[in-house]
Design a protein around this ligand. Structure first.
Ligand code: PMP
Length: 400
């Protein structure tokens, strides 16, 4: 049954041994043994540099590294030459802003973001604004905390060159209809960038169906290692983007008079890449696909729904976000600061997140300085919800 399945999943995560209720997977996911093993082998037994394949070990590592790129491409439903390895989602968005953005946007052009964006999908565009004079508009949310696409349709004009939205909110768990957003953006000639950090571990992705132009995610939220993520961009867009960082591996030929660059995606990967991390990411995708993305979404919706139901029974709790959120639930407890709640829960071995979740404009919109956030992974189960609810009850007794 479901409980046995989850226990079998949980047993694969050494970070979850003992009686710890980890409810902070939206910040970063624990790693299954398969990912740890793949990473250890890449750093040990199999370790060598890539793209210098005169000796067999390096040739093998190059194959593993490029296989990881193919794996990411297949995971996203894109092509291998559309995948750029980055340090994470943050770096991927900065890369788009500083290459595509600087090349294509000028004073008077507009960018549409939303109220619920993570700082990493706000600040890079503000830096671009300082450099180019582009204007930033903010799409409001529906009353239940989704990006309001009807409002987006009203706001968008031919001056909009980019719309950049989160696929799944890291605070509210609300899910964007990406295809719909793409139709709206493309109708005015804008590109669509999707921040897929919280969606990639929870929802099956298909770039062809979704029709975004850029999609970014971080491996560490997808049961993989820190230090790597990916930018997917439509081939013709990536090909048109100028290089970003200069150095080894991104060149065609270097001379002091003139240097020519490698084609995309190598053009965007200066220096020795994240070799070990790429192997770890490939193992994480294998693990997640073996679990099944449809099953992952069902699991994450089920747990979020159950927690919302339990919290909804209390008259001292305010719930944020829509009823059908996926994997992430934010709430506030009357008269208790989220940090105090988090501290008391920690004494009960329940780990939640308390804070602004790198989404200060959203906190402002909700009218709170911070929220308490519980987020699930594929190893989470009903016992985590029970422990959280018990901890909330104890907190209430302490605070009266
Ligand atoms: N966007 C969202 C929605 C996120 O949840 C996060 C991580 N909290 C990021 C972007 C940034 O990811 P990273 O820090 O791995 O670059």
């Amino acid at each position: 049954g479901e409980t046995g399945d989850v226990l079998a999943v949980k047993a694969q995560f050494p970070g979850l041994s003992g009686n710890w209720h980890y409810l902070d997977t939206a910040a970063t996911a624990q790693k299954p043994q398969a990912v740890i093993d793949a990473t250890v082998d890449a750093l040990g037994r199999d370790y060598a540099t890539v793209h210098r394949g005169v000796y067999a070990r390096s040739a093998d590592m190059t194959l593993a590294f490029e296989a990881a790129r193919r794996k990411v491409a297949a995971f996203l439903g894109g092509q291998e030459d559309e995948v750029v390895f980055t340090r994470g989602a943050t770096e991927a968005i900065n890369l788009v802003a500083q290459t595509w953005g600087v090349e294509n946007l000028k004073a008077g052009d507009r960018i549409l973001l939303s109220t619920l964006e993570h700082h990493s999908n706000i600040v890079p565009w503000q830096i671009l604004r300082e450099r180019t004079g582009v204007e930033i508009d903010v799409c409001p949310l529906t009353a239940d905390g989704r990006i309001d696409l009807e409002a987006a349709e009203r706001i968008l004009t031919p001056a909009h060159k980019l719309m950049a939205f989160a696929h799944v909110s890291n605070v509210l768990g609300s899910v964007l209809h990406v295809e719909h957003a793409a139709r709206l953006a493309h109708a005015v000639g804008a590109k669509l960038l999707i921040d897929g950090c919280q969606a990639a571990p929870r929802i099956a992705l298909d770039m062809k169906a979704m029709q975004a132009d850029f999609y970014v995610f971080s491996a560490h939220k997808l049961y993989g290692p820190t230090g790597i993520g990916a930018l997917w961009a439509r081939k013709e867009i990536l090909d048109s983007m100028p290089p970003w960082q200069g150095g080894g591996a991104m060149i065609d030929r270097v001379a002091f008079e003139k240097t020519t660059y490698a084609p995309a995606p190598q053009r965007f990967e200066a220096g020795t890449p994240m070799i070990v991390e790429a192997v770890g990411l490939a193992a994480a995708i294998d693990w997640l696909q073996a679990y099944g993305l449809d099953r992952a979404e069902a699991h994450e919706r089920n747990l979020a729904g159950k927690l919302r139901e339990e919290l909804g029974k209390r008259n001292d709790v305010t719930l944020f976000g829509p009823a059908d959120s996926v994997g992430i639930v934010s709430f506030a407890m009357d008269g208790v600061h989220p940090h105090d709640l988090g501290t008391i829960l920690d004494e009960e071995d329940v780990a939640i997140r308390a804070g602004h979740h790198c989404a200060q404009p959203l906190m402002e919109h909700l009218g709170v300085p911070a929220t308490a956030r519980a987020s699930f992974g594929l190893y989470s189960d009903d016992s985590d919800i029970e422990a959280l609810m018990k901890g909330i009850e104890r907190t209430r007794r302490i605070f009266g």
